[in-house]
Design a binder for this molecule. Sequence first.
Ligand SMILES: [Zn+2]
Length: 499
Amino acid sequence: MKRIFRSLLFLLLASTLTLAQRTPPPHKKPARHASAPTRTASARPAAPNSAQAIHQSALIIDTHADTPQRFLDEHFDLAENTPVSDGHIDFGKIKQGNLGAEFFSIWVEPVFKGHYAQRTMDLIDSVYQQAARHPDKMVMAFSADDIVRAHQQHKFAALMGIEGGHAIENDIRLLRDYYRLGVRYMTLTWSNTNDWADSSGDLEDPNVKHHNGMTDFGKDVVREMNRLGMIVDVSHVSDATFYQALLVSQAPVIASHSSSRALTNHPRNMTDDMLRAVARNGGVVMVNFYSAFVDENYRKASSDPEKAKQRDAEIEAYKKAHPHADGSPVTYEETAFIEKKWSAQFPRPPLKSLIDHIDHVATVAGIDHVGLGSDFDGITSSPQGLDSVADLPKITEALVQRGYTREQIDKILGGNILRVMREVEATAKRLQSEGTEFAPLSLEDIELMLGNKVTSAHLVDLIQEHGVSFDLTPAIRARLKAANADQSVLAAIAKGKKK
Ligand SMILES: [Zn+2]
């Protein structure tokens, strides 16, 4: 299964190599200060500096929502109008909240071990399917310019970020494939430590092999992400991984959905020192809305280990009682109702708790380094009044009340992440023009492509571009001939050995 899948991926790689180099169409100036009414402007004109006017004219970008699992596992369509108890994002709520762009999370739940790449591809496909079904309302976006262009066309821009570096299955080529498919950030880990980077989620677990941060391969992943133009996301990683990633990264990083540890003492949150480090790096911290990350009282109440044990036991019991006929794993979506029920026993924190976090990051890291990473559709509790993306205007209202200016609020709502995207894109361009070496092709790579009937001409191109990692011994020559390698391919290999 996996083998076939990887072969398909490689085919895709082989046939789309030039796609990534396509230059984007020239972009026009952002329209967020234009006086033309936006798609959600109300009939009654608002005072020019009212919270409503500021919110409706802003280009609002949220960097983390887990909706793709709903697309894939529940066949949810964005055109459905869902109660907030079921879902945080649909077209109605997007319009009400004036959400301009969303980074949909490609979250690869570790229960898919052995099939991470397939799960990743299925989730990516689920986002494209939504865009294909609703071309009048939604468009796929891959760059800062794409987001601005979508906004001008009054369309919702969909981007994708992978949540959990295990999705690349320790294969840097899969990382490149995901970039080609449009993925524009990757959290180096989710709550699970992988083979090359430590997570903040299992540091206490003695059964997990940790690395004191990142392995050499992990650092290579960061370098390759810089070269591709994929944003390095430090949400979920351990503190050691965080500092090492910042040392290696040549481009600004983001924390796509993390809050402040000084205010709410959760290891998923960032210390003040980490906030200052992101500021020095030029990156941005996108504040998570989850109650247990933004409110110390909620965190303490909900971290009662006895209650957590009960919840986990209930989830396991449900999974046992409802196995899938085809043997595929029971997913988070199916048991989320248990977690929602469990969360509901703790009182929701006030909206003020979330605003305090935004304020704190803006104060410690600076106004240029803070944004919104809701984690909607992946969290089971949010502050009072903030039931879905429809309630985003309440955040702007609270910021205006605290004395934030239009210019500052524009940065928080989307300007900062847009700036970081442009810097990441520029860094990639520079690194690519400096001519970073491609990884040479292995014998197995070439056999895989021959098996998939990649044309000889294309294969010769790839060999010339990448080089090969092996010598063309008589035994290997015979083996490749048996796999239908022709003279042109064999000649390219003979000249392609990299030192
Ligand atoms: Zn997360």
